[in-house]
Design a protein around this ligand. Structure first.
Ligand code: HPA
Length: 235
């Protein structure tokens, strides 16, 4: 039952999906963390793989960058493939006392995107992580002795040249991280009826112009994938 953007057969996508932005990261996770992983979709090179983790079926698939791309894949995963849980694993910019390499569990996601407003009569929609997944992620991080912080994040439509006051607004509201997808994912979870969480590694520091080296990003990715899998299993 392929969709316009996913060419997997029906039944080939697992009820739990890990969603990195980059399809090559999806392949990396499938090869390093999942057992018996096989490629199930490759339309537009947005690769997806289904395998097993501790016996349970799991899909890992790229979702692209930004809310519009993420929303296309997530909507089709939920509506056509009946996916029940989507855990985004990605990177974010950090603010204030947050340090490079810290893991944020995005409790809520504010945004400058109109995506949710368009579906909500122009009103502000308050979007948040699924509580069960968030609690399971906190427990899984504690069990793995991985310091992970539950935090509000901001999903921006602009990687470059956004609101010049944005960082001040974020600091004032004690928002810990900036990325580009969580608010759309959480809004879709409410409308489509699946459960969602975003797990983010701080790859850039927005006050200090610090950036994580590529090798460390890869380690961060594997750590997040293992945390997401433990969280899905413990939920
Ligand atoms: N802004 C938006 N998204 C990001 C950033 C950032 O600084 N770093 C990683 N993802």
């Amino acid at each position: 039952m392929p969709t316009p953007h996913i060419d997997a057969e029906s039944g080939a996508i697992a009820p739990t999906v890990l969603l990195p932005g980059d399809p090559l990261r999806a392949r990396f996770i499938a090869e390093t963390v999942l057992e018996e992983a096989r490629q199930v979709t490759a339309r537009r090179n947005m690769l997806g793989f289904t395998g097993r983790w501790r016996g349970q079926p799991v899909t890992v698939m790229g979702g692209g960058m930004g809310i519009p791309s993420t929303a296309i894949y997530v909507t089709e995963l939920a509506r056509v493939y009946g996916v029940q849980r989507i855990i985004r694993i990605g990177t974010c910019g950090g603010l204030g006392e947050i340090r490079l390499g810290d893991v944020l569990l995005a409790q809520s996601a504010s945004t400058d995107s109109r995506f949710n407003r368009m579906q909500f009569g122009g009103h502000d929609l308050s979007v948040s992580a699924d509580f069960g997944l968030l609690r399971a992620a906190v427990d899984a991080a504690a069990a793995a002795k991985l310091p992970a912080r539950v935090a509000p994040v901001f999903s921006s439509d602009c990687f470059y040249d956004g609101d010049p006051q944005l960082l001040d607004h974020l600091r004032r509201h004690r928002i810990a991280g900036v990325e580009m997808e969580a608010a759309g994912l959480y809004g879709l979870a409410m409308r489509e009826g699946f459960r969602a969480l975003a797990i983010l590694t701080v790859s850039d520091h927005l006050d200090r112009d610090e950036h994580m080296p590529a090798e460390q990003r890869e380690q961060g990715l594997e750590r997040m994938a293992r945390l997401a899998l433990a969280c899905a299993a413990g939920d």
